[in-house]
Design a protein around this ligand. Structure first.
Ligand code: ADP
Ligand code: ZN
Length: 541
């Protein structure tokens, strides 16, 4: 026990001996020294940054110094299994207590815990709140054998986080009940409101905050307009991820279970090795698919967001979103699963107006409180703005997480700067059309109808409402429907137009439409590749 005097000094030795690594990464060393010496810490590090070592090394160092067990709070059973398995391989005494254990096994672990044989104990948050578990901790605390609390995925405590778990709220009791025991909270989600919530709810006011850069320079971000969804995906995989020896390993995220099944099947039909993963599959099937993804070469996992937390596969070469994610945190966490080995990887996402409308409707129809729905809407809008923007994707993403940076040269917008067109005139046509129609009929209409009027299509519905008589009928005939939809998405992202999901997705103007209508604000849109607006316009003039 040479390191009894200073757990911090032992850290390097543990990194080498136990984990087989030569040096710490990024801020690991500073964090580990702080935690080893009993300081509280809030650690914000991107997925794949190496958060686990930030509490595992201190846990081992402090146990060796006679300070007892580290309790790790972790939200997912699968994650605990993986971590404990990896620690066993490294020769560390680690165990977990969760609902997957039999009563006998749980009792055996409790005994070992009291005998001081366990270095790291993983537990689900709901376990921590049980009288039985608290009594165990009380005993250890009295014996000065409660060394450290590590709270993994700490953003789960925040309603602002994308994974809110009410059981996390009760973790404030750790500080109240075991005041002298240091705590380290870790997360990959770091927007300002979530950060503030973690500090308040976990009572981490006195903790030192360690913010690592969220940049993942080896990941190339691209966001593509959705056209024929699946075929775009197939072409992307064939173009960028297929070589002489087959295709790369990747993850394809879809919005629903049904779509997961369908896409996995179609990829298989196209000769690719794809497996489905969603919460509706039987446990053993899910586990088997996950194992194949981890062990076999070149498996494509088609999954809902249920897949990924705690999955540590270094050579995932691409993460594709076939449907838009709900918010930037989710998008960043999911894409962060690509390229953990530091080699080049792609984050490729499709987005379309229909996805946005669906997401909005899901928010509107959810039973959540209004204030919470507003948070969700704001987050969705931030994602839309990212998708619509012509600015460097990385600059925007990092800005969202509070970091300044300059254009990366390695995202779609940097590599192929989108040509933009001044679309202010068109925007005014579209906005005034929405306005006139509503004024004339006393009710709002959806995107399809508005576009028919703009493009001068005298459909049955147009005639039924007499809308062919409006002054805006046919004023947008020089643009295709695709172009109008692109512009509409942009106006929705700018919140000049609001989609009323409670009333058949009808379009309404907001205050932000006024400066555009008055000519005080300009609107630029990406010039679409298949129908260059500038050329068509030039022809029409
Ligand atoms: P996170 O929890 O932040 O997503 P992990 O703790 O799972 O990240 O670490 C990601 C990967 O990086 C793991 O494979 C881990 O073994 C590896 N890793 C972490 N720290 C180091 C280091 N100092 N040297 C080499 N590899 C490391
Ligand atoms: Zn860029």
């Amino acid at each position: 026990m040479a390191s009894l005097a200073s757990p911090a000094l032992a850290a390097h030795g543990i990194l080498r001996e136990v984990f087989g690594y030569d040096s710490f990464r990024g801020q690991q060393q500073a964090i580990i020294e702080h935690v080893c010496t009993g300081g509280d810490a809030l650690v914000l590090m991107p997925t794949g940054g190496g958060k686990s070592l930030c509490y595992q090394v201190p846990a081992i160092a402090r146990a060796r110094a006679g300070l007892g067990v580290t309790v790790v709070v972790s939200p997912l059973i699968a994650l605990m299994h993986d971590q404990v398995g990896a620690l066993h391989e490294a020769g560390v005494d680690a165990e977990f207590l969760n609902s997957s254990l039999s009563a006998d096994d749980a009792a055996r672990i409790e005994r070992r815990l009291l005998q001081g044989e366990i270095t790291l104990l993983y537990a689900a948050p709901e376990r921590l709140n049980t009288p039985r578990f608290l009594a165990l901790l009380d005993t250890l605390h009295q014996r000065h054998q409660l060394s450290l609390f590590a709270i993994d995925e700490a953003h789960c405590v925040s309603q602002w986080g994308h994974d809110f778990r009410p059981e996390y709220r009760a973790l404030s009791l750790l500080h109240e009940r075991y005041a002298g025991v240091p705590r380290v909270a870790l997360t990959a989600t770091a927007d300002a409101p979530t950060r503030a919530d973690m500090v308040t709810h976990l009572q981490l006011e006195g903790a030192r905050t360690f913010v690592s850069s969220f940049d993942r320079p080896n990941i190339r971000y691209a966001i593509v307009e959705k056209k024929d969804g699946f075929n775009q995906l197939l072409r992307f995989i064939e173009r960028e991820h297929t070589g002489a020896n087959g295709h790369d390993a990747g993850i394809v995220y879809c919005q629903s279970r049904k779509r997961v099944e369908e896409v996995a099947q179609k990829l298989n039909d196209a000769g690719l090795k794809a497996l489905p993963y969603h919460a509706g599959l039987d446990g053993p099937v899910r586990q088997a698919n996950q194992n194949r993804f981890l062990r076999e070469e070149g498996v494509i996992m088609v999954a809902t967001v249920a897949f990924g937390m705690g999955i540590d596969k270094p050579d995932v070469r691409f993460v594709a979103h076939l449907d838009s994610p709900k918010n930037i945190e989710g998008y960043y966490q999911e894409t962060g699963r690509a390229g953990r080995d530091g080699e080049a990887a792609n984050a490729w996402m499709l987005y379309g107006l229909q996805d946005v409308v669906n997401q909005r409707r899901m928010i509107d129809e959810s039973p959540a409180a209004d204030a919470f729905k507003q948070v969700l809407r704001t987050k969705l809008d931030a994602l839309l703005t990212l998708a619509e923007s012509t600015e460097c994707r990385r600059v925007q993403l990092l800005r969202y997480f509070g970091e300044d940076s300059s254009p990366c040269g390695n995202c779609d917008n940097c590599l192929h700067p989108p040509e933009t067109t001044d679309a202010t005139d068109a925007a005014r046509k579209l906005l005034s059309c929405i306005y006139r129609v509503q004024q004339a009929s006393g009710t709002a209409f959806g995107a399809g109808h508005i576009m028919d009027i703009l493009r001068g299509k005298a459909t049955e519905k147009v005639e039924q409402h007499g809308h062919q008589a409006l002054s805006t009928f046919g004023i947008g005939a020089d643009w295709s429907e695709t172009q109008w939809r692109g512009l509409l998405r942009q106006l929705i992202a700018r919140e000049a137009v609001w989609v009323d999901a409670e009333h058949y997705n009808t379009l309404r103007l907001t205050d932000a439409a006024k400066p555009i209508l008055k000519g005080e604000a300009t609107v630029r849109v990406k010039t679409t590749v298949d129908e260059p607006a500038s050329r068509r316009k030039a022809k029409a003039q």
